[in-house]
Write a protein that binds this ligand. Structure first.
Ligand SMILES: Cc1cc2nc3c(=O)[nH]c(=O)nc-3n(C[C@H](O)[C@H](O)[C@H](O)COP(=O)(O)OP(=O)(O)OC[C@H]3O[C@@H](n4cnc5c(N)ncnc54)[C@H](O)[C@@H]3O)c2cc1C
Length: 395
């Protein structure tokens, strides 16, 4: 079926495959490269390949559209909006990019917004009820990547020295074609991976899967992975994201300049459909954008509508957004777009312990991803750390 890729016999540098080029994959490669330069890591310069099925890095996603008249952009961070760094080690890790300004704290002015149709305070008006909630600060900072949310991922990818990233390469489920032992080198544990067409992607000493939970279940099903029963434990929910843009010459909805709170950046919305509203063009280093707003729907609402027709979903989201932002014919957005995240959020049960990465020491397979932790960007870093420790322990 394939030509088997050969691997070195004298084992100085293990070959490591990372499935998924999201933040977990990129951070794992970064920490592996760094760790291999320090004793007591048991090997030098691992040869790492990241296989990513799409053409860019994971859920740190930015979409933009250019206005032909002004040449300016509308821009939406339609995945993660910001991230936290609660642990000292993650704070230390991100410090260099805070110094260059690529990462910046977002001291957003946050409000609570109740759409008129849901408000008991102002039932007779069309205007939503708006109350001050909080101001984010630099002590418990929320960080963004500039000029785009994708910029940090790109920077991490560029800095990798011993890692090849194969974009547009979808790794096939491990049971389908995978061979667990090279007959030429049967003394050592190797895994051969294949793409969906059955073409060999090479032999690897370690395989690290960082796909979202639902995709990890499919990738590892019937593969003999010793921790398979734990992959199905976390519950994931979907999220629809609505992206709105206004022309430069257009009036903006009055809700953006509410008399009580003239400039707000983030709204926590008290509605059955909408969860949060983010004003993109007011973020640090985003002020050259045309007015752009990202809206995340509630996870439970999104999950209930996950297989619905996209146009029907978009229409419902636009109606809910209109009720929250209260636009009229003149101030209606000229740009509208909608994205479905099928595996957006890990349902975190505060009473149960975090899953952590799943390791099959015999096969030298690791299943990782944000969903093994709290389902956020900081978890990607923590899972990358756990993976390095697991490899170190086994090598
Ligand atoms: C709408 C939304 C809002 C969010 N908001 C926040 C927030 O405010 N703060 C925060 O900290 N986090 C937030 N998050 C979570 C954050 O985006 C994730 O924690 C993080 O991006 C997950 O990174 P990851 O690498 O684990 O997974 P992913 O980014 O999903 O990367 C996994 C990669 O694996 C690839 N892949 C899957 N299967 C295969 C295969 N067979 N072969 C090759 N490649 C494959 C996928 O294409 C994907 O790129 C949000 C997420 C969403 C969707």
């Amino acid at each position: 079926m394939t030509d088997h890729a050969l691997y070195p016999t004298d084992k100085p540098s293990p070959k490591i495959a990372i499935i998924g080029g999201g933040l977990t994959g990129l951070l794992t490669a970064t920490l592996l490269e760094r760790a291999s330069n320090h004793t007591p890591m048991p090997f030098d310069n691992p040869q790492i390949t990241i296989f990513e099925k799409s053409r860019s890095v994971g859920r740190l996603a930015t979409r933009y559209r250019s206005d032909s008249e002004t040449g300016k952009n509308w821009q939406w961070s339609f995945g993660a909006q910001f991230f936290t760094a609660k642990t000292g080690s993650f704070q230390q890790f991100i410090a260099p990019w805070l110094q260059t300004g690529l990462l910046q704290p977002w001291c957003a002015n946050v409000i609570e917004l109740t759409p008129a149709n849901e408000s008991i305070r102002a039932p007779d008006t069309q205007a939503p009820d708006i109350q001050n909630k909080e101001q984010w600060d630099t002590v418990h900072a929320r960080y963004i990547s500039t000029p785009k949310m994708t910029s940090w991922g790109r920077e991490l990818a560029t800095a990798l020295k011993h890692t090849t990233i194969a974009f547009k390469t979808r790794v096939a489920p491990l049971d389908q074609y995978t061979q667990h032992q090279d007959t030429l080198h049967s003394d050592s544990q190797k895994t051969e991976l294949f793409d969906e067409a059955g073409t060999s992607l090479g032999w690897f000493d370690w395989v690290i899967c960082t796909a979202p939970n639902g995709q990890a279940v499919e990738l590892m099903a019937d593969s003999g992975f010793s921790e398979q029963n734990k992959i199905v434990q976390p519950q994931m929910q979907a999220c629809y994201t609505l992206m709105l843009g206004w022309d430069k010459s257009q009036p903006l909805p009055e809700t953006f300049n509410h008399q009580a709170i003239p400039q707000w950046d983030v709204a926590y919305v008290d509605s059955a459909i909408i969860d949060r509203i983010f004003i993109e063009h007011q973020k640090p280093a985003h002020d050259d954008l045309l007015p752009s707003v990202t809206i995340h729907a509630r996870n439970n609402w999104s999950q209930a509508h996950v297989d619905d027709d996209m146009e029907a979903v978009k229409e419902q989201l636009l109606q809910a957004a209109k009720q929250s932002l209260n636009w009229d014919e003149d101030s209606a957005p000229s740009q509208t777009d909608c994205h479905r995240w099928r595996y957006a959020a890990t349902i975190v049960n505060k009473d149960t312990e975090e899953l952590g990465i799943l390791v099959d020491e015999t096969k030298q397979w690791v299943v990782s991803g944000d969903w093994c932790g709290q389902g956020n960007i900081e978890s990607c870093y923590q899972m990358a750390q756990q993976t390095i420790e697991a490899i170190w322990k086994t090598e």
